[in-house]
Write a protein that binds this ligand. Structure first.
Ligand code: TEU
Ligand code: CA
Length: 533
């Protein structure tokens, strides 16, 4: 049985905003908080009820806000704390919750703690970070190169799991944990409803077993942060690379006082053993992993997350669907994912079926991981091939300014901080909303279907796929309602699917019930037989 809280969480429909690229309200080319406030009616209309806002704190932007120099204030380009207060107020007025990004593993090297720490070995802030005379191991930074950076002032190395400008906090130091609790409480005081916790499993390292994340004190630290009266009502989702149901249960089990849920990447890691190099894969493999985790979470009374995209990932249509059959695959992927058991997360632009853009020059990219990869060129590729790889794997794929219309720069605002999406004239909010086959409209219908029927929020999930390739069929049901979701995720027709009933959602107009599914066709049927197993 799920707890009351877990049941509430299953009703969330979260929309992720990458603020730099969402809406520029004052024409300086950078998305901002007032821009978000302007667009709340658009989001309300879509049907979402929570927003995860990627970091909006003060930052030198080496990693676009994931390098924080002041946890308690707003980045200048994004506005002021007053703008933020107005924004959250307007969200709450519309019944939309705000989930802030909590980057607890590292600060910016421009944070006052680090500026102090690097001054001298006996500085009171020294132990807020990891220092050593020599690199303690051969750990590699996620963005390339050694994770240990030499710092001249004190002739020692410091640890950074990500960019050089993102030194890792030393969570073994109780003062660091106190600081982070105070940060959490500061935002709770100001009314936030939750936190998405960036690379949370990195906060405990295992120097003995040589693991950068998920070290021996991980659960203890998370419990210390979120197992408190102050955080009782707060929704938390951890970005954690856990890959086994028992481990996940230890983190998000209802009785643990740790997190509400986690992001796992198993399903989208298919076909991408390396970030920039395409690998052959079959969508059946993704389907099988979805089934595996649906089964495990249900068995263990856990609530998971449902997503294909975020600000680190390519667009799902380009990676898992078909750009030629954009409408069909964008909508099918949405149905396939979001009607399952768990909490849907929609990434900005996904609701209009965005695809990956394309550019010919490195100058049109900004992401630190991409730029590092270009500079290091680890496989010594020629320029053309390197640029192709970057177009394939760059995190900028999903970080282009949100195209609101076909006006200059997609109606985003001023000349954007990063080149506009190469395809904004064709794919933009205004065009999609008024199209006959509108991805937005499908998302809206799908969200309404999910929101208004308990079978999807709280019902049992049952796999009906059988042994066939190319399809995913599942049922969601309670004692009083039952729905069958049929997804053909291949670019081929499939035959002989005999699930029928009243068709309540489909991406092919009104379905004739003939058992044939066109490429990327999906349909949801309401059934009369609701027997709970
Ligand atoms: O990303 C965490 C991360 O570990 C990587 O898995 C991710 O694959 C990375 O983007 C490489 O492509 C989080 C944030 O989501 C990301 O935007 C930040 O850059 C990173 O943490 C550091 O804070
Ligand atoms: Ca702006």
């Amino acid at each position: 049985m799920l707890s009351k809280k877990q049941k509430e969480h299953q009703k969330l429909i979260v929309y992720q905003i990458y603020p730099r690229s969402f809406k520029d309200s004052n024409g300086d080319g950078i998305g901002d908080l007032n821009g978000i406030t302007e667009k709340l009616d658009y989001l309300k209309e879509l049907g979402i009820n929570a927003i995860w806002l990627s970091p909006c704190y003060k930052s030198p932007n080496e990693d676009n806000g994931y390098d924080i120099s002041d946890y308690r204030d707003i980045m200048d380009e994004f506005g002021t704390l007053d703008d933020w207060k107005r924004m959250i107020d307007e969200m709450h007025k519309r019944g939309i919750k705000l989930i802030m990004d909590l980057v607890a593993n590292h600060t910016s090297s421009e944070h006052k703690w680090f500026k102090e720490a690097r001054k001298s070995k006996d500085n009171p802030y020294r132990d807020y970070y990891y220092w050593a005379d020599q690199p303690l191991n051969d750990w590699q930074s996620v963005f390339g190169g050694s994770a240990w950076e030499y710092d001249k002032a004190t002739d020692q190395y410091y640890l950074h799991s990500f960019a050089i400008g993102q030194p890792d906090l030393n969570w073994e130091n109780p003062k660091v944990r106190e600081e982070m609790k105070a940060v959490i409480d500061y935002w709770i005081e100001l009314g936030v409803d939750g936190f998405r916790c960036d690379v949370l499993d990195y906060i405990s390292k295992d120097f003995k077993l040589n693991k950068m994340s998920n070290g021996p004190r991980f659960h203890e630290f998370v419990h210390e942060l979120f197992g408190r009266a102050e955080t009782e009502h707060i929704f938390t989702v951890g970005e954690c690379g856990l890959n086994n149901a028992e481990d996940i249960k230890r983190l998000i089990g209802a009785d643990r006082g740790e997190l509400s849920t986690v992001f796992q990447f198993d399903h989208i890691d298919v076909g991408r053993r390396s970030k920039f190099a395409p690998q052959p894969f079959k969508l059946d493999e993704i389907r099988d992993r979805l089934i595996k985790w649906q089964t495990a979470f249900q068995e263990h009374d856990l609530v998971g997350t449902l997503f294909f995209e975020n600000h680190d990932q390519p667009r799902a249509v380009s990676r898992f669907g078909s750009e030629e059959k954009r409408y069909e695959s964008a909508t099918m992927l949405a149905a396939m994912s979001y009607l399952q058991r768990g909490i849907p997360f929609i990434y900005q632009g996904q609701e209009i079926g965005s695809i990956d853009p394309h550019y010919d020059s490195i100058d049109d990219f900004d992401d630190i991981e991409t730029v590092n990869y270009y500079k290091m060129n680890p496989e010594k590729l020629d320029e053309a091939e390197l640029i192709e790889r970057i177009n394939f794997g760059s995190r900028d794929n999903s970080r282009r300014p949100m195209p609101w219309s076909d006006e200059e720069n997609g109606g985003f605002g001023g000349k954007p901080w990063i080149r506009a999406h190469s395809g904004y004239k064709d794919i933009n909010v205004a065009a999609d909303m008024s199209a006959e086959r509108s991805v937005y409209k499908f998302f809206k219908e799908l969200i309404a279907l999910r929101t208004n029927n308990e079978a999807f929020t709280d019902g049992v999930w049952e796999n009906l796929t059988g042994k066939r390739d190319g399809i995913y069929i599942y049922r969601r049901y309670t004692d009083s309602e039952s729905y069958i979701v049929v997804c053909n995720f291949e670019n081929e027709s499939v035959l002989d699917i005999d699930y029928t009933g009243e068709c309540v959602l489909s991406n092919s107009g009104i379905r004739e019930i003939n058992g044939v599914y066109a490429p990327y066709e999906c349909a949801v049927y309401k059934q009369n037989d609701c027997t709970r197993k």
